[in-house]
Each structure stands twice: as C-alpha cells, then as structure tokens.
Design a protein around this ligand. Sequence first.
Ligand SMILES: Nc1ncnc2c1ncn2[C@@H]1O[C@H](COP(=O)(O)OP(=O)(O)OP(=O)(O)O)[C@@H](O)[C@H]1O
Ligand SMILES: O=P(O)(O)OC[C@H]1O[C@H](OP(=O)(O)OP(=O)(O)O)[C@H](O)[C@@H]1O
Length: 204
Amino acid sequence: MKPVIALTKGRLEKQFLSYFSSLQYDTEPLIKKGRKLRIETDQFAFIFAKGPDVTTYVQYGIADLGVVGGDILAEFEPDVYDLFPLPFGKCRMAVATEQGKIWPKHKKTIASKYTSITKDFFKNKGESVEIIKLEGSVELAPILGLADGIVDIVETGTTLKENGLVVSEEFLKFSARLIANRSALKIKRNELAAVIKRLQEGQI
Ligand SMILES: Nc1ncnc2c1ncn2[C@@H]1O[C@H](COP(=O)(O)OP(=O)(O)OP(=O)(O)O)[C@@H](O)[C@H]1O
Ligand SMILES: O=P(O)(O)OC[C@H]1O[C@H](OP(=O)(O)OP(=O)(O)O)[C@H](O)[C@@H]1O
C-alpha cells in the first residue's frame, strides 16, 4: 500500500507542492488535479481537505501523514504525532484592534476563528473576555463594532493595515507541520521512513 498523505487545501497545498517538487518528487499529477480530492502518484496517495479535517483523517488512520498549520494543532490539539516543522506557512498569532482604540477596562469582546487559543491567552493574562467565533474575514469585526479586537493570523500585516487595524500583541509563531498517525508510524515504519527523512532533510 502506498503511503497516504493528507494535505491542507489552498495556501499550504501550493507551498507544499513547491517544496515537494524541490525534493525531486513528481508533483505533476497534483498540479493538474482540477477539483479532484484524491490523487495518486507513482509513490503516494494524496487527499485534500481543510486543516482541521486533515488532522481528523490522520488521527483516524485514513491518512498516514498530514501537512497542517501549527495553528490548527494548537487550537484543536488532535491526537496525532507532531513530527517536525516544514519550511513554509510561516505566520504569527496576534491580538489586533483599530488604530487608537482604547480597550474597555473590564470585559473585552474578542472575535476569532481560534476560540481555544484566544481563551487560553486571556486566561493566562488574567483578563476577562467574551469570545465571538467567526469563520473568516475576522478583521471586519472591530470595524463593524462586533468586537473590541481580534485574535488572528498575521503574516505580512497587509490585511490588518488595509482594514485600519494594528497589532497590539503578538504571542505565538507557527509554520506548517508534518504530522503522522501514531500507529502508522510503527506499523508502516519502512514505507514511511524515506519520505519523512526527505521532508526533514530538505530543510537543511
Ligand atoms: N496569511 C497567512 N500566511 C501564512 N500562513 C497562513 C496565512 N493564513 C493562513 N495560514 C496558514 O495556512 C493554513 C490554511 O489557511 P487557509 O487560509 O488556506 O485556509 P482556511 O483558514 O481554512 O481559509 P479558507 O476558508 O479561506 O480556505 C492555516 O491553518 C495557517 O497555518
Ligand atoms: O498578514 P497577511 O499577510 O495579510 O495575512 C493575514 C490574513 O491571512 C489569513 O486570512 P485568509 O486569507 O486565510 O482569509 P480568511 O479571513 O478567510 O481566514 C488571516 O486570517 C488574515 O486575515
């Protein structure tokens, strides 16, 4: 059986393919996949899913390996083996708000996709917050008066800047990570060893 690798669709998929190709793996079938969600190459079977679902497929052993953002691992804490960072998908987690905003003295309202990370962050600071869960375009929330601020990913800072927001605190750094199903690592050790090694060594 070919190793099964679950890839996070979208931004990380593109960056993974360019990294994988730099390691001399054949990526042509993946680049030409169109809307297909499962693709086989000579060596591997790939599946394409949203980040949190990548961890689910790996946790349940449908995929042996997965490529997922460190933010997803921090937020959902799936039961998978977190092997090592990959050299792309670099971003930070930050609290941001409108330029010149004065935070309320008591309870702040924070909008985020990352409710668990947000809860832990403010708990550790001993600050009381109400968290509003959003699924994306989180930068809208302070502008429209839904929240006092946001907790979200920042890379270049362009999205914040173009929406009149500024970082008030950066508190975590992430990159994409290679994860593995815990039992596949033992049972399929021989089949997985070469690709794991190459993905790790490619970074040196
Ligand atoms: N601006 C960014 N710069 C670098 N990495 C990012 C950035 N935004 C997200 N990421 C990383 O890429 C992963 C996938 O994000 P992406 O935006 O492609 O999917 P998503 O959050 O599910 O959004 P969408 O609903 O638009 O597909 C995130 O989990 C994170 O690790
Ligand atoms: O600092 P920047 O380089 O501007 O990147 C940060 C933006 O990228 C992500 O959004 P994404 O494109 O995934 O859209 P989303 O709002 O739907 O999550 C993140 O949620 C920020 O909005």
